[in-house]
Design a protein around this ligand. Structure first.
Ligand SMILES: Cc1cc2nc3c(=O)[nH]c(=O)nc-3n(C[C@H](O)[C@H](O)[C@H](O)COP(=O)(O)OP(=O)(O)OC[C@H]3O[C@@H](n4cnc5c(N)ncnc54)[C@H](O)[C@@H]3O)c2cc1C
Length: 387
C-alpha cells in the first residue's frame, strides 16, 4: 500500500477519527484545528446505534451522562414519556472529541494547533497555508464542520446544501431525562439534554436565507419559548451558544460527490447529518470510517461510492421525510395516541435509540395509531351497546 501524506482540516469527531484510522494504517497524517480542545456547541447525545457501531465509545462512557428516559411535549402541550432499554450517552464535546484526538496522536498522527487559511492544488499535491506556514499533502480531507473552508475550495457549487441554525444555553440545572418540545408552526423543536453537571437547552430552526438575522431571531424565539413554557428555568444563569447544523432537505444535494481521487469531505463538511433528528456525530464517524476504509484499501477515490453504499439511502430518506415528520398535526397525533399506547411508545424508543428505519417508520406509526384508536373505540362501542 502506498504511504500517503494526508492533511486533515478540522479535528472534531470526523477529522480526529479519520486521523486515528489512517495513522493506524501507517499513513503520514497531519490534522489541523486551531480551536481544539473546545466545547463545540452541541447536544452531545450519542445514540445506542452509534455505540453499537463504534464499540470503543463504551470506553469513554464514564465521561458521559447516561439517560434512558424521554419526554416529548406536543404543540398543544400534551405529553408522552417513554423509557429505552439502553442508555443514550450525553457527552461534553470537549471531552469526547479530545478522547478521539488523543487516540489519533497515539496512532502516530501529528496534531497542529493551527487554523488553515488557504488551500490550493499544486500539480498532484495540495498546498495548505496554516497561519503563514506552508504544508504539502497527497490527499486532502475537509473535516472543518458546517461552515467549511475546504468545502468552499473543493466544491464551490454545492446545490441544495442547507443549514439550520441552533441557539442554546448551558444552564446549571439538572434533569433526569431528555425532553423535546414541538411547536405548531413546524419550524423546529426545543430540546433539553442533561449532562454530568449542567443542562444543555437549545432550539433548532430550519435554515434559509439571511443566517445572521436568523441567529438573532432564533435566540429571541428561544428566550420567549423558555419564558412561556419553562418559566422556572433561568437561561441567563448559563452560557449561551449559537451554531449551524447541516440540514439537507433537497435530494439533489445528495448527488454531489463528496470525494475524488485525492480529496474528500467528511462529517458536517459533507452535510452528513440526519435532517430529522440532527444527529451528526454518528455520521461524522461513519463518513470518516468509509473514507479510511477506501484509503486503506488503496482506493481513496472509491470513498464516494463507499459512503453512499453504507449510509447514503438513510440520510436521503430523512431529507425527504423531514417536512412531513414535523407537521404539527402528525406530531400531535403521535403524542396523543402514544400516551395510551405501549406500541407507539416502543416505536418512539426505537427511534431515539436509532433502531427504527425511516423507510418503515411512518407505516409502523400509522399502524400503532390505528390500533390505539381502535382500542379506544371498541370499549366505547361496547359501553354504548350496553347503555
Ligand atoms: C446545537 C447543536 C446540537 C447538536 N446536537 C447533536 C447531538 O446531540 N448528537 C449528535 O450526534 N449531533 C448533534 N449535533 C451535530 C454535531 O454537532 C455535528 O454533526 C458534529 O459535530 C460533526 O462533526 P465534525 O467533526 O464533522 O464537525 P465539527 O465537530 O464541527 O468539527 C469541525 C472542527 O473543524 C475545526 N475547523 C473549522 N475550520 C477550520 C480551519 N479553517 N482550520 C482548522 N480547523 C478548523 C473546528 O474548530 C472544529 O473543531 C448538534 C449540532 C448543533 C449545532
Amino acid at each position: 500500500m502506498e504511504r500517503l501524506r494526508i492533511g486533515i482540516v478540522g479535528a472534531g469527531p470526523a477529522g480526529a477519527y479519520a486521523a486515528w484510522q489512517a495513522a493506524a494504517q501507517g499513513h503520514q497524517v497531519t490534522f489541523f484545528d486551531h480551536r481544539a480542545p473546545w466545547e463545540k456547541p452541541c447536544g452531545g447525545g450519542i445514540t445506542v446505534k452509534a455505540q453499537t457501531e463504534f464499540p470503543w465509545i463504551e470506553e469513554m462512557a464514564p465521561l458521559a451522562r447516561r439517560v434512558h428516559e424521554f419526554r416529548f411535549l406536543s404543540p398543544t402541550d400534551r405529553e408522552i414519556e417513554f423509557t429505552c432499554p439502553r442508555d443514550t450517552l450525553i457527552f461534553e464535546r470537549k471531552t469526547f472529541d479530545e478522547a478521539i484526538r488523543v487516540r489519533a496522536e497515539s496512532a502516530g498522527a501529528l496534531r497542529m494547533h493551527r487554523k488553515v487559511q488557504a488551500i490550493e492544488p499544486m500539480g498532484d499535491e495540495w498546498r495548505l497555508i496554516a497561519q503563514d506556514e506552508e504544508h504539502r499533502f497527497d490527499f486532502l480531507v475537509g473535516a472543518d464542520g458546517a461552515v467549511s473552508l475546504t468545502r468552499d475550495a473543493l466544491v464551490p457549487d454545492f446545490p441544495g446544501f442547507q443549514t439550520s441554525i441552533a441557539s442554546g444555553f448551558l444552564i446549571p440545572a439538572q434533569l433526569d431525562r431528555i425532553e423535546t418540545k414541538f411547536f405548531g408552526d413546524s419550524r423546529g423543536y426545543l430540546w433539553f439534554f442533561p449532562r454530568q453537571d449542567h443542562l444543555s437547552v437549545g432550539l433548532c430552526l430550519w435554515g434559509g436565507e439571511g443566517a445572521a438575522v436568523k441567529g438573532r431571531e432564533t435566540r429571541e424565539c428561544l428566550l420567549e419559548l423558555l419564558q412561556k413554557h419553562f418559566p422556572d428555568l433561568d437561561p441567563t444563569s448559563g452560557k449561551g451558544y449559537g451554531a449551524f447544523i447541516p440540514t439537507i432537505m433537497d435530494s439533489k444535494c445528495w448527488k454531489v460527490a463528496r470525494g475524488g481521487d485525492n480529496w474528500a469531505l467528511v462529517g458536517d463538511a459533507g452535510g452528513f447529518v440526519d435532517a430529522i433528528t440532527g444527529e451528526g456525530i454518528f455520521y461524522a464517524l461513519r463518513s470518516a470510517r468509509a473514507l479510511t476504509r477506501a484509503i486503506n484499501a488503496g482506493a481513496p477515490g472509491e470513498y464516494d461510492r463507499v459512503w453512499r453504499a453504507e449510509f447514503g439511502p438513510e440520510l436521503e430518506k430523512a431529507s425527504q421525510l423531514v417536512h412531513r415528520f414535523y407537521q404539527p398535526g402528525f406530531v400531535e397525533r403521535v403524542i396523543r395516541f402514544g400516551a395510551q399506547s405501549n406500541g407507539i411508545r416502543t416505536v418512539l424508543a426505537d427511534l431515539v435509540m436509532g433502531n427504527q428505519s425511516y423507510l418503515t417508520l411512518r407505516r409502523r406509526l400509522q399502524r400503532e395509531i390505528l390500533r390505539a384508536g381502535w382500542r379506544r373505540i371498541v370499549p366505547m362501542r361496547k359501553s354504548l351497546k350496553g347503555a
